[in-house]
Design a protein around this ligand. Structure first.
Ligand SMILES: Cc1cc2nc3c(=O)[nH]c(=O)nc-3n(C[C@H](O)[C@H](O)[C@H](O)COP(=O)(O)O)c2cc1C
Ligand SMILES: C[S@@+](CC[C@H](N)C(=O)[O-])C[C@H]1O[C@@H](n2cnc3c(N)ncnc32)[C@H](O)[C@@H]1O
Length: 401
């Protein structure tokens, strides 16, 4: 089953989410030789420089051959032994460092062996097996134990087996099974035609991935009813009619709730799937909502609106240039004296998961100093129908000046 602990910047095949380096193995359940064969077969079909196929694998299976499995286990770093001793299969990967056709060094041998080994791990994931590559072991001990020719490079040991019970892991390892998996952002590792010129994924790609992969009801920001902070603000300002834009409408619950109250609602989102969901909800509820796929950073909307509702969009932007574009866009789309009701993560919210931007009243006052009057902020929660402990939020009421 896909695990949802990664936050992708663009949609990827499920297999990439299904493979991860778990430490929890079911030590009681053997892996059928046929499945091990499929993993090795996947490795066999990896590409390699010159078609050299410089990889070798030593397979040890605790249920079939405990002596050799023990040899691998004892060569592992002590910390790896703590969890890897529950993995029924340990596979040693080895690179042959010279080309067979001329005996010259093959400087791609290790690269190619790694390519083959990830194929092995992905095949394992596709069959519901957990795998975990390790570099923490004593290569000389393995060379000696398996009488490897001296020139061979022992690259890794792959632990493999069925997923096990996390509660039975050493306590220090347990959070690693549930913490969010993170990666460097694409723009820090991908260069646009030249070194140090960041390549940026289209802004909609990551959001589209979220909506394609997760039923909206499970998204942390999903809230069935009209968010109470917005409802209270409408009451406080005695606003019951007018043209409203729900910017970054997501699942559309807020837009539809406002339309039901009699507002003339436009809903926009950068994700096509989010807009489709909003349109479907509006149809199901028999409530008119005008829906648009639109990027607030390159908006084609014209408005103008009496009110803009932003529940969780502004805090997505941390680049000053993006914040300025956001400011200019909401300023352009609002009528004079129009209201911007904005909810973002609070600067006191410390959990890693969530948007990069977290703000206090002073931050908001500073960002919106040009063109807006900050009427009020309120510390509150980011109400969620999907989470028991919703994150801390800041609710802001701003008027276009
Ligand atoms: C060559 C290599 C060596 C690794 N060595 C170890 C290791 O000795 N112990 C360990 O717990 N994890 C080890 N890992 C696992 C990495 O920590 C893990 O792949 C990384 O944190 C990313 O996590 P993910 O595989 O769940 O995406 C190794 C991974 C690779 C590819
Ligand atoms: C935290 S979600 C909140 C969704 C919705 N407002 C709600 O409360 O359920 C943020 C939303 O902003 C949208 N979004 C992010 N960047 C955007 C952009 N540049 N333009 C328009 N929408 C954007 C995302 O697709 C996502 O639906």
């Amino acid at each position: 089953m896909a695990q949802q602990r990664m936050n992708v910047q663009a949609p990827v095949e499920r297999l990439f989410a299904e493979r991860w380096s778990s430490r929890a193995f079911d030590g009681e359940k053997p892996v059928a030789a046929e499945l091990i064969a499929s993993c090795l077969e996947a490795a066999r079909w990896a590409p390699s420089c010159f078609g050299e196929e410089p990889w070798h694998y030593i397979v040890t299976d605790r249920f079939a051959d405990k002596t050799n499995w023990d040899r691998v286990t004892t060569a592992l770093a002590p910390k790896n032994q703590l969890w890897a001793r529950h993995a029924p299969v340990l596979i040693v990967s080895v690179a042959e460092p010279a080309f067979s056709h001329n005996g010259k060094p093959n400087r791609w041998a290790e690269y190619d062996t790694g390519q083959a080994t990830i194929c092995l791990c992905l095949q394992a994931a596709a069959m519901g097996l957990a795998s975990h590559q390790m570099g923490g072991f004593n290569p000389d001990a393995l060379k000696h134990a398996f009488a490897l020719p001296d020139q061979m490079h022992v690259m890794s040991v792959v632990a493999m087996g069925y997923p096990g019970d996390v509660a039975r892991l050493d306590e220090g390892f347990q959070p690693m099974e549930t913490d969010a998996r993170t990666r460097k952002p694409l723009e820090t590792i991908v260069h646009n035609g030249q070194w140090n010129s960041p390549w940026r994924a289209p802004v909609n790609a990551g959001w589209e991935a979220r909506y394609q992969e997760t039923p909206v009801q499970q998204l942390p920001w999903f809230y069935r009813d009209l968010d109470a902070d917005f409802a209270q603000a409408l009451k406080a300002f005695d606003i019951a009619t007018g043209d409203v834009l729900d910017i970054g409408c997501g699942p559309g619950t807020q837009a539809v709730a406002l339309a039901k109250l009699g507002f003339n609602v436009t809903a926009s989102d950068v994700s096509q799937s989010a807009v489709t969901t909003t349109r479907q909800l509006a149809d199901t509820e028999n409530t008119p909502v005008e829906c648009h796929v639109d990027d607030v950073l390159d908006s084609k909307l014209t408005g103008p609106f009496d009110l803009i509702l932003d529940r969780g969009v502004f805090h997505c932007f941390t680049e000053p240039a993006d914040q300025q574009t956001y400011l200019a866009t909401v300023g352009r789309l609002l009528k004079p004296q129009g209201l911007l009701l904005l909810k973002c993560f609070h600067r006191d919210e410390i959990r890693e998961q969530g948007p990069p931007g977290r703000y206090g009243e002073e931050d908001i006052r500073h960002f919106f100093a040009d063109g807006f009057e900050l009427i009020e902020t309120r510390s509150t929660l980011f109400a969620s129908s999907a989470m028991d402990d919703p994150p801390k939020a800041l609710f802001c009421m701003l008027k276009k000046s």
